[in-house]
Design a protein around this ligand. Structure first.
Ligand SMILES: Cc1cc2nc3c(=O)[nH]c(=O)nc-3n(C[C@H](O)[C@H](O)[C@H](O)COP(=O)(O)OP(=O)(O)OC[C@H]3O[C@@H](n4cnc5c(N)ncnc54)[C@H](O)[C@@H]3O)c2cc1C
Length: 325
């Protein structure tokens, strides 16, 4: 389907955004539409929950609507990129495909999940990606990329650099349920609520994650947001004196530590000048919410202010997590 003439683009920050044209890929054969189009000026979106977009996009917005789930074998599923992530979690819980319970309640589509290697509560999607089927705009061919070729890292993959449209994500799940409960806020919740870890079922774990997230993260339909605005910075252990972040830093590998971006913001929060249309969410300082009619420039300025203040105060660079268009 191709729609032209100022198409409204819904996004989870509720910014008023229009685009010149929208191209929806309902079927793999629809790729021909892209070959016939002048696709020099295009941008791919899923559900726009990790995007900050300006008022008008003078080009084609491409969206994949393929949303089927094909069972390849007892451990492997091939999933259409347009499927909503919540629906995949439900399917996996109901059909005994284990491993992604900690990724419950992450908004967006399956196709966007490998792009920034979504992760939460100690689990990343990269551990389950067998391969990704995509259309390469440069070669005009459909290509199957192996996990290794996807070059996954913390909130990173090759798809952030490569000119390609993800059509299917092929995931290989665990044979047995082996819950990962070590992430600090998850293990604290389990201890505080006297939950016996060995009694936790996949559905119970998914529900626990849902409960923790509901407290920490605002629902975009009530408080429009794009999730975490910044990545947690990873720095060389000896590059800064990080004692002031005790309890808010984690060893990543020899010589590298990950710092809590939320804590860094909390430490400078009084110095930030916030316009009346925006706020920093009270339960999670990494989340900026739109209080109504916030503009692209207001949001971008606030993000830059926070980055500058953190740099000035701690000499640490905060990298923006959502894609800014
Ligand atoms: C309340 C809230 C909580 C969140 N929590 C988390 C979290 O815990 N962990 C986490 O990792 N993220 C989190 N996010 C971010 C977001 O949910 C994920 O990044 C999600 O994968 C985005 O999906 P989307 O379909 O909305 O992608 P979009 O926002 O539409 O796009 C994101 C990026 O993916 C690209 N893209 C999308 N679809 C395709 C495709 N088919 N082919 C190629 N490129 C594509 C886009 O070009 C863009 O660069 C959260 C967001 C919100 C609003």
């Amino acid at each position: 389907m191709i729609k032209s003439s100022a198409i409204k683009i819904l996004n989870s920050f509720d910014l008023k955004v229009c685009a010149k044209q929208l191209i929806v890929i309902d079927h793999i054969d629809d790729i021909k539409k892209l070959n016939n189009q002048d696709c020099k000026n295009f941008f791919i979106i899923g559900e726009a929950t990790n995007l900050i977009m300006n008022e008008y996009y003078d080009g084609s917005i491409i969206k994949v609507a393929i949303d089927d789930i094909v069972k390849i074998d007892n451990q492997t599923l091939s999933i259409g990129a347009g499927l909503n992530w919540f629906k995949l979690i439900d399917y996996c819980l109901n059909h005994k495909f284990y491993g992604i319970e900690n990724l419950t309640s992450i908004p967006g589509t399956v196709g966007a999940a490998p792009v920034q290697n979504i992760g939460a509560y100690g689990v990343e999607i990269s551990s389950f990606v067998d391969s990704v089927t995509c259309y390469d705009f440069d070669t005009k061919q459909i290509q199957v990329m192996s996990n290794k070729e996807c070059k996954f890292n913390y909130r990173e993959s090759i798809f952030q650099l490569k000119n390609s449209l993800i059509l299917r994500v092929n995931l290989k799940f665990s044979k047995e349920f082996s819950p990962i409960l070590s992430y600090p806020s998850l293990s604290d919740y389990i201890v505080t609520n006297n939950i016996n870890p060995s009694s936790i079922t996949p559905k119970a774990l998914s529900n626990l994650i849902k409960t923790i997230r509901e407290f920490k993260l605002p629902d975009p339909s009530t408080y429009p947001n794009v999730g975490s605005i910044f990545k947690n910075p990873i720095v060389k252990t000896n590059s800064i004196d990080s004692d002031f972040l005790s309890g808010h830093k984690w060893k990543v590998s020899t010589g590298l530590i990950k710092l809590s971006a939320a804590k860094l913001i909390e430490l400078i929060i009084d110095k930030i000048s916030i316009p009346p249309t925006l706020a920093i969410y009270e339960n999670h300082s990494l989340v900026i919410i739109n209080l109504g009619d916030a503009t692209y420039s207001e949001l971008k300025n606030l993000i830059s202010d926070i980055q500058n203040l953190v740099k000035l105060s701690f000499n640490i660079n905060l990298e923006i997590e959502p894609k800014i268009l």
